[in-house]
Design a protein around this ligand. Structure first.
Ligand code: NAD
Length: 463
């Protein structure tokens, strides 16, 4: 279902009219394409809270973005700059607007140092290009130092607030890390057009040494030689995930219900993968997948999901059970079966699909909200165990309003509210969830574990 309002506000009269009426002003987002794989502009690297222990410069250099200096950006915008933040990077790239700003705030340990976050970003934030990125780097909260914990937690409120006000398709995220190289895949994702609809997120990245790839990874086809199974991949978000993992080199197994066999085969044929028709709620679904893939698999994407909305007072058990069965029980069953059989190879990745409805709650969706919150619980609890015992990471994506058949069926006014009630004032596309999934499935993302990452344009629903 086309977003006509977004198309209208992209025209000059549309912009004029909606601005006069005080209506939302969504900016068309720049997404990844083979022709435009990178952000369009330089990267500004700032520091707050004193020198950081992170060896960040080489990691940022590998993003391929030229570096800008704070002075050049100040000259571009007529701003004087200020504060104690310092810009690094030798190459002055003239007065181009930065496409990305990375603020290393890992050294912020008290309220005075927090002022340096303001001093660093205040003069430059206006200059960030449309569809640009602000990424703040924080340290893990120190349980033995409540001042450090307070100001590092303060960064979350800062980032989420800036995300809500920055506009023009720009995103703001916080990454907590201790090791820049372990966070490289995450920084590359956030500093690319692939993360167009990810904003207001706090992502924790562990230390290096976690399971990753055995050998060198081809950056253009990081999943080459790997097998990925995507449930519910005959259409919608699952189809986009299958497509994106195939782009990244994976052999993709497109799993869907027998009724969707034709679509599943069509998707598989297009992607050079294979189709597997199977109802994921079957008691032996895990065993059947393992039998179908005797050599094992590397990436398991639990995407299949259904809704049967009704307020609790009107919800019979027949509407409750199938939602819990497809969205949660089958995810638990198949995950347990595949891990127990050793069908997921070491270095493997599990990505489950939650939803903002599970994190924030949604009227009419007690069944769906419960199932999706359950997915988040499963991910957080299983992640350390699965990594320790099987060398497999477990994460979740939590989509917000994504333009699919599922949301096209939502009544007009609720649909329009869903589209606009986020910081980017528009719905996401299936490819936004797919790109986020591909980052989590990346062989270099072994230090990202137990995370629930919302792909929701920073929906105003919930935290
Ligand atoms: P969709 O209805 O377009 O596609 C879901 C696919 O899953 C279909 O192909 C369907 O046949 C398949 N499926 C359903 N039950 C199955 C079963 N028992 N076994 C195997 N396959 C089964 O949905 P979508 O919008 O693409 O959503 C994909 C996932 O994202 C779901 O988990 C959904 O809950 C979640 N999600 C979607 C949105 C959104 O805005 N679209 C928001 C939040 C979360």
């Amino acid at each position: 279902m086309a977003d006509r309002y977004l198309s209208f506000t992209a025209t000059a009269p549309g912009r004029f009219l909606t601005a006069r009426l005080g209506l939302p002003q969504p900016a068309p987002l720049s997404r990844w394409s083979a022709e435009r794989p990178a952000l369009d502009g330089p990267l500004l690297h700032l520091t707050a809270g004193g020198p950081s222990g992170l060896d960040l410069a080489p990691v940022l250099a590998r993003t391929g973005l030229p570096t800008a200096t704070a002075e050049a950006v100040g000259a571009a915008t007529g701003s004087t700059g200020g504060g104690t933040a310092s810009a690094t990077g030798a190459a002055r790239s003239g007065a181009a607007r930065p496409a990305a700003v990375v603020l290393d705030a890992t050294g912020v340990r008290d309220v005075d140092a927090l002022a340096e976050v303001h001093a660093a970003l205040h003069p430059v934030v206006r200059s960030v290009a449309a569809s640009g990125r602000v990424v703040v780097l924080g340290a893990p909260l120190d349980a033995r130092d409540h001042h450090q914990a307070a100001v590092q937690q303060a960064l979350e409120g800062f980032v989420r607030s800036l995300g809500k006000e920055i506009g023009r398709g720009r995103t703001v995220n916080l990454v907590r890390l201790t090791d820049a190289s372990a966070a490289e895949s995450t920084l590359r994702f956030l500093l690319s057009p692939k993360s167009a609809y990810v904003s207001g997120q706090v992502i924790g990245v562990g230390a290096a040494g976690a399971e990753g790839s055995d050998g060198p990874v081809d950056p253009a086809r990081p999943l080459a030689g790997r097998t990925a199974l995507v449930t519910g991949a005959a259409r919608g978000i699952g189809e986009a995930v299958a497509e994106t993992l195939a782009r990244d080199g994976a052999h993709v197994v497109v799993l869907d219900v027998p009724q969707a066999e034709e679509d599943a085969r069509r998707v598989a044929a297009r992607l050079g993968g294979s189709a597997l028709t199977l109802d994921i709620t079957a008691a032996d679904a895990g065993e059947r997948i393992a039998a179908e893939l005797p050599d094992g698999l590397d990436v398991l994407i639990h995407n299949a999901g259904i809704t049967r909305d009704r307020r609790l007072v009107n919800m019979p058990a027949e509407r409750w059970s199938p939602v819990l069965d497809v969205n949660l029980a089958s995810v638990l069953r198949t995950t347990d079966a595949l891990l127990a059989k050793g069908a997921l190879r070491r270095g493997g990745r599990i990505v489950a699909t939650a939803s903002i409805a599970g994190l924030a709650g949604n009227a009419g969706q007690t069944n769906y909200g419960a199932s999706k919150a359950g997915v988040a619980g499963l991910v957080r609890a299983l992640a350390p165990l699965a990594l320790a015992e099987h060398g497999v990471t477990v994460n979740a994506v939590a989509p917000g309003f994504i333009e699919t058949r599922m949301t096209a069926a939502v009544p007009l006014f609720i649909r329009e509210a869903g589209r606009r009630m986020n910081s980017l004032a528009q719905g996401g596309l299936p490819v936004d969830v797919a790109e986020t999934t591909a980052w989590l499935a990346h062989p270099a993302s072994g230090a990202v574990n137990g995370q629930v990452v919302r792909v929701c344009g920073q929906s105003l629903l919930g935290a």
